[in-house]
Design a protein around this ligand. Structure first.
Ligand code: ZN
Length: 314
């Protein structure tokens, strides 16, 4: 009798674990994948320059700077996009080091920071900013308490590195599909669900630059954490392929390209097309994965896509 009862409890626990795998993985990540936060070694930059022992700065054109954290274990890149009247900082850095000094060394214009999404490696450095823009969605509005914004536990995911979500004032709400005018330069704000529900990309129609956040980047795409969705990933790739010019250059938020030294990571519309094909093959069951959780699927030479179970990241 006891054995039947124990087996029943085990089945229920296993079911709960499989059902909530993205949440369980996030909560247990520090223990499952222990890692150093900062690499003590000097970065091997292929392009750009170190401005101190931490920040890598690269001019990707006359008015656009990539701000890299090559020694941070996730090798994040934020982008400072400068107009004639104001500048937009796309992502605030991980917060491992203060980003404001390097930003003010590059522009004297007022700077607004806008996160590509709410994960800790993109918003960890947001607290010192006074001008903060946010995509206007039901889920981001829901993070307001007493007029202040705090990302939810599973939107921020700071538990992975023992970090507490920041609380800040949102000074500008931007509706998806609308443009931000920086003076002589406009950026279209695109809602790109897939990696998270509130992910944002910025498109500069004059230069054909897409700043993609974590929607697409070289190395392993994460589509297995809470809020990630394969069907939304696929819908967004279709939408971007249908609306962006074929010569769009995609600037991404994590380094590095295969067999290349550290520099601002970029991809092309061909990579986006490969991602679309990979997602289509995964959804139709034609693609083979390796691993249990996450399952890893091939995309192309530059990318692998890691996702959860069909029921957890549908
Ligand atoms: Zn990221």
């Amino acid at each position: 009798m006891y054995a039947v009862w124990a087996a029943g409890v085990l089945v229920v626990l296993l079911g709960l674990a499989l059902g909530s795998a993205p949440y369980l993985f996030a909560e247990m990540s520090a223990w499952l994948e222990p890692h150093a936060i900062i690499d003590p070694a000097k970065p091997d930059l292929g392009e750009g320059r170190m401005v101190d022992d931490y920040w890598a700065v690269q001019n990707i054109d006359a008015n656009t700077f990539a701000l890299g954290e090559p020694r941070y274990y996730q090798a994040n890149y934020a982008y400072l996009i400068v107009g004639e009247r104001r500048a937009l900082l796309f992502d605030a850095g991980s917060g491992t080091r203060d980003i404001t000094g390097v930003v003010t060394s590059l522009t004297h214009l007022p700077v607004t920071v806008m996160p590509s999404h709410l994960h800790y490696d993109h918003t960890g450095g947001i607290a010192p900013f006074r001008s903060i823009a946010m995509i206007d969605l039901a889920e981001t509005r829901a993070d307001i308490t007493n007029g202040r914004f705090t990302p939810g536990r599973y939107e921020y995911l700071g538990m992975i590195d023992g970090l507490v979500p920041p609380t800040f004032n949102v000074t500008e709400w931007i509706e998806p599909g609308t443009t931000v005018d920086l003076g002589g330069r406009t950026l279209r704000v695109l809602h790109v669900t897939g990696h998270t529900r509130s992910s944002v990309a910025l498109y500069d129609g004059a230069t054909h630059q897409l700043f993609a956040g974590d929607f697409i980047y070289p190395t392993t795409l994460y589509a297995f954490l809470p809020g990630a969705s394969l069907s939304e990933y696929l819908a967004t790739t279709r939408e971007l392929l249908a609306t962006l010019p074929v010569d769009t250059k995609i600037w991404t938020a994590h380094c590095c390209r295969l067999h290349e030294r550290t520099s601002a990571p970029w991809l092309t519309m061909t990579d986006l097309r490969d991602l679309n094909a990979a997602l289509t093959a995964i959804q139709s069951g034609e693609s083979r994965s390796t691993g249990f959780f996450p399952r890893r699927f091939p995309v192309n030479q530059q990318m692998t896509l890691a996702t959860g179970f069909p029921w957890s990241n549908r």
